[in-house]
Design a protein around this ligand. Sequence first.
Ligand code: PGA
Length: 237
Amino acid sequence: MADIRIVPSLDFATASLDAFLELVDEFPSPAVGLATGNTPLGLYHALGRAVMDGAVSVGQVRPFAIDEYVVARHHPCSNREFFERHWETIEDAAPVAQFDPEAPDLAAEAARFAAALAAAGGLDVAVLGIGTNGHLAFNEPGSTAECRARVVELADGTREAVKGCFGAESPRAGLTLGMAELLGARAVLLLANGASKAGVVARALRGVPSPECPASLLQGHERLLVVLDEDAARALD
Ligand code: PGA
């Protein structure tokens, strides 16, 4: 059974931080998959403040990206740049292991990244957001529980959602960990906030599990912690 925590929007960042620390503290040197996007921003900022205050440390965390756009490596809207701004500015945080979107052979790059993660023991904790179409990382609808790290075509809605940053040149492809690597995490922290996520949160947590909503495949994960704000939880019974 998932542990679902519903909090007022103002408390979403703090509740996300509490849940993150709770899971990360279960492992001595956790390999942690890190989401990008708007959802985890409050978590990373709250974490940065907590580290600065000396309240916590993330020096023991081994961070891994969960996906990347196929764009120039240092494109300002890339996940690499996101981590540089929002994770690597945390005082004691280790640099994030990343996909290289400029690798000459992207399929080989996905395999290299998956092998590096496997050599690290696989994910201990996966920190995930959710797309309005149910995607996790870039596992778009149709992704089965068995799919592995690979190059994918991005769904129209996914491209649309990031047009604010990329403009007309919104990328068509991405590199992503697969559902197999994400579901294989020993613990999963799923985060969602805002009314635009209410429908998909209900499908993911209450619908019949199906690749049509990859996030629904998390149902039944033995250590699933979900933090929602009240708006994102609105369609749950
Ligand atoms: P968001 O993206 O956090 O920016 O809403 C979530 C996702 O698409 O996984």
